[in-house]
Write a protein that binds this ligand. Structure first.
Ligand code: BES
Ligand code: ZN
Ligand code: ZN
Length: 474
């Protein structure tokens, strides 16, 4: 994590300087000149004129004061996280930087700003054996002048959780099998989390019929992890239950994807990565509430042993499912996990998060995740959290008509709806058949949001959002 130092006396020369202003025009004001010094203020003012940058444009102003690079930014009131990322990307090549905060920013704003910086301080380069030192980011220390100090422990917990989810998402499936994933999660027991692992045998005992069918084509056996956080031990109930899609690799199975569709399918476990990361964040912060999470980890592969189109499966709930496409595997694994968590625990609200349908990615292009569910208040709260952390959600309808589309002529339901039609909503309709009437439930389809479009690197989308939501439950 970046080392954020508040109003410390100067120990060494700045490698870079950055000034945060409301408007570039403020460079004329004497209070600003006094704080940053006339030399730097003059340099910035000259650059403003030379580059014809308008006050209010929110451009990045860069110049040099002697050898030292100097930046000025106009504060983005609405999006502190994005603003933090923007500052980081300007400063990433310098060992240390001093950030002058000219106008008071609230503790809450500072918290988001620093999280934005730290979340931008991420790269997945552990497998690059030839990367040169000059290619690495150098920024280590950020001295903050005139800034309110936010809750640094909270910042550390949240950014740690986001990093954890990204690391899991980026790890390829040859290195992160269901077993490796579960081993990694087990290491979280250094925190006060209760962690249980169900292996294939235990999953058979518990009748994970749908999840086991998805997994049977792979030589890497499935596992389920159950994580509990008891931050409010006086209460028996869980304030929230979380379920994440954990498809370690989605080749499509016998309904095999094309080569280009298979790209990034190592990240089809991003929902599970999010869920365990949120549990980690809750434990790191010792949040005073109770949470339970279930992730079922499977690999969807074609083989002589794969489940097949036309197969009829029996779920843990007892309902039967006709398989019409083995690539609609996520909903199968999720259905059993959703049933299991409701059967075993008292959960008031239940949220699942999944890279479930290509249709969500087609509709929103990664700018929004789809949200559906049976409780408007829950959906509204989650959408609000999404806005707070720049992880936007857009609601799609749970029209009972979509539910009819998954009726099968030979089983209780089929695993897909109508070809090319409302794929995200029919997937949600499928999941709803495994939700108790009394459970308040929301489903987040994050397909397209889980990885950066350009680099394909995992974003950890959903961690900040769910952390914001559960913090507000406290
Ligand atoms: N994991 C995919 C969905 C996905 C696609 C996530 C692209 C991220 C990016 C899911 O398991 C899948 O293959 N869904 C199918 C369902 C179809 C067969 C009804 C899809 O969306 O094409
Ligand atoms: Zn699939
Ligand atoms: Zn999938």
């Amino acid at each position: 994590m970046l080392d954020f130092v508040f109003d410390a006396p100067k120990k060494r020369e700045d490698a870079a300087i950055a000034v945060l202003l409301n408007h570039f025009d403020d460079l004329e004001e004497s209070r600003v000149v006094k704080k940053i010094g006339k030399g730097i203020a003059d340099c910035l003012k000259n650059a403003l004129v030379a580059e014809d940058i308008k006050s209010g444009s929110k451009a990045v102003l860069k110049t040099y004061h002697g050898e030292v690079p100097c930046f000025a930014f106009e504060v983005d009131d609405e999006h502190p996280l994005k603003f933090g990322a923007k500052i980081y990307s300007s400063l990433r090549k310098y060992m240390n930087a001093t950030l002058y905060v000219m106008d008071k920013l609230s503790g809450e704003y500072m918290e988001k700003l620093l999280i934005g910086m730290e979340n931008a301080n991420y790269s997945f380069d552990k497998y690059m054996t030839k990367k040169k030192p000059e290619d690495f980011d150098k920024l280590e220390t950020v001295n903050l002048i005139n800034a309110q100090q936010p809750d640094m422990e909270k910042i550390a917990a949240l950014t740690n959780a986001v990093r954890y989810a990204r690391d899991l998402g980026n790890e390829p499936a040859n290195r992160l099998t269901p077993y490796e994933f579960i081993k990694d999660v087990e290491r979280l027991n250094y925190l006060d989390l209760d962690i249980e692992i169900l292996d294939e045998e235990a999953m058979k005992q518990e009748n994970f019929g749908l999840a086991l069918a998805v997994a049977q084509g792979s030589c890497n056996p499935p596992y389920t992890a159950v994580l509990q956080w008891h931050g409010n031990p006086k209460k028996k109930e869980f304030d929230c239950g979380l379920v994440g899609k954990g498809v370690i690799y989605d080749s499509g199975g016998l309904s095999l994807k094309t080569a280009s569709q298979m790209r990034s399918m190592k990240q089809d476990m991003s929902g599970a990565a999010d869920v365990v990361s949120v549990m980690k964040a809750a434990a790191l912060q010792k949040l005073p509430l109770n949470l339970v999470a279930v992730v079922t980890m499977v690999e969807n592969m074609p083989s002589a042993n794969s489940y097949k189109v036309d197969d009829i499966l029996t779920s843990m709930s007892g309902q039967t499912v006709e398989v019409l496409n083995t690539d609609a595997e996520g909903r199968l694994a999720l259905a059993d996990a959703l049933w299991y968590i409701q059967k075993r625990f008292k959960v008031k609200t239940l949220i699942d998060i999944a890279t479930l349908t290509g249709a969500a990615s087609v509709v929103f292009g990664g700018l929004y995740a789809a949200i559906l569910g049976n409780d408007d208040k829950l959906i509204q709260s989650l959408m609000k959290s999404g806005e707070t952390v720049d992880e936007l959600l857009w609601q799609l309808p749970m029209n009972p008509e979509y539910d009819k589309w998954i009726n099968s002529s030979v089983a209780d339901m089929q695993n897909i709806g109508k070809r090319g039609k409302a794929g995200t909503a029919t997937a949600a309709a499928f999941l709803q058949r495994f939700i108790h009437k009394s459970t308040k439930w929301a489903h987040l389809d994050i397909a397209g949001c889980e990885c950066d479009e350009k680099t394909q690197v995992s974003t950890g989308f959903g961690v900040m959002l769910l952390c914001d939501y559960i913090e507000k439950l406290c």
